[in-house]
Design a binder for this molecule. Structure first.
Ligand code: FAD
Length: 273
């Protein structure tokens, strides 16, 4: 086991956390530790300092913003997210993605911010965040920013920054479907959708190079006919290079799987309308 020495600090507030990150090059944010500690053990990551943000009050809990959106603090655990009544009713794809995650121990410790920021590995929440049209709130050296979830998935966490929350416009009809890797439970492929007056949104993760919104598929399904045949045809029209072969799965197979999961998610979401 490679576990190099590091310092550990639990700051009193977000301002102190940002100061610590700015003051120590290579310092990392620690939340539930479900990815980071394993990566430190294997040597995949090293860090001179871990800044533990899990107990910061500003990062905790779910509340409603003045604009009527849900604000989900980044230190909210996946278990809390999966069982929160408002999230279940108004962002069902997010709740289902949190529930699909790992095992109960991981859901009890792993956080929203950590799952969104895990980078490198495909995780479940980013696709659901993209499909729900969520924005990621980030505090960093340049101040505070609100970034669309798709842009955040492409860029990752800026150096020295802390993800503080996810904001989500409420939409009743959404769903998330996943085929999990049997050993790890990470997604081989997962699809998240939102339907209804706010418009159709479809995102996938696992089978693609990163979590992505599928605008081409959305356009082909604009007429609202979500039969399995129509959805599979819409996926067949996507460039095969979108799907990244791996673990014995061809791009062809992953494209088909993404279509099947999307068709299932759409059927589930339409039933909630
Ligand atoms: C057995 C097992 C099964 C798993 N199965 C799944 C699965 O099915 N699906 C899935 O999606 N994931 C799965 N995971 C991954 C797990 O869900 C993530 O590890 C977890 O959600 C990460 O959250 P965390 O709070 O533990 O983050 P940490 O491990 O503490 O941090 C992860 C990364 O995010 C950064 N980070 C954390 N919080 C913030 C923040 N607020 N701001 C900026 N950066 C931050 C850290 O610096 C680090 O780089 C599994 C993990 C294990 C161990």
């Amino acid at each position: 086991m490679i576990l190099t020495d590091f310092d550990y600090v639990r700051p009193a507030d977000l301002a102190e956390a940002l100061e610590l990150l700015a003051g120590t090059p290579g310092a990392r944010v620690l939340a539930g530790g479900q990815s980071l500690i394993a990566d430190l053990r294997t040597g995949e990551t090293t860090a001179p300092l871990l800044v533990d943000v899990r107990r910061l009050a500003e990062l905790r809990g779910v509340r409603r913003t003045e604009g009527g959106h849900l604000r989900i603090g980044s230190a909210t655990t996946l278990a809390e997210l999966a069982s929160d009544r408002r999230v279940l009713d108004e962002a069902p794809a997010l709740a289902a993605a949190a529930r699909a995650n790992g095992d109960p121990q991981v859901r009890n410790l792993g956080t929203v911010g950590g799952n969104l920021s895990a980078g490198g590995r495909a995780t479940d929440l980013p696709a659901a965040a993209i499909a729900t049209d969520a924005r990621v709130l980030v505090a960093g050296p340049g101040g505070r920013r609100s970034v669309p979830a798709e842009e955040f998935a492409a860029q990752g966490v800026p150096a020295g920054s802390v993800v503080t929350a996810l904001t989500v416009p409420p939409a009743r009809a959404g769903a998330f479907e996943k085929t999990a890797d049997r050993a790890t439970r990470y997604p081989v492929c997962a699809a998240a959708v939102r339907v209804g007056p706010a418009g159709l949104r479809i995102a996938v993760t696992g089978a693609t190079v990163r979590p992505v919104r599928l605008r081409g598929v959305e356009d082909r399904l604009r007429d609202g006919s979500f039969s399995t045949e129509a959805v599979l045809a819409a996926f067949r029209a996507e460039p095969r290079t979108l799907f990244v072969p791996g673990r014995g799965n061809s791009a062809e197979y992953l494209g088909h799987l993404a279509g099947v999961l999307t068709a299932r998610a759409l059927a589930r979401a339409v039933a909630l309308e």
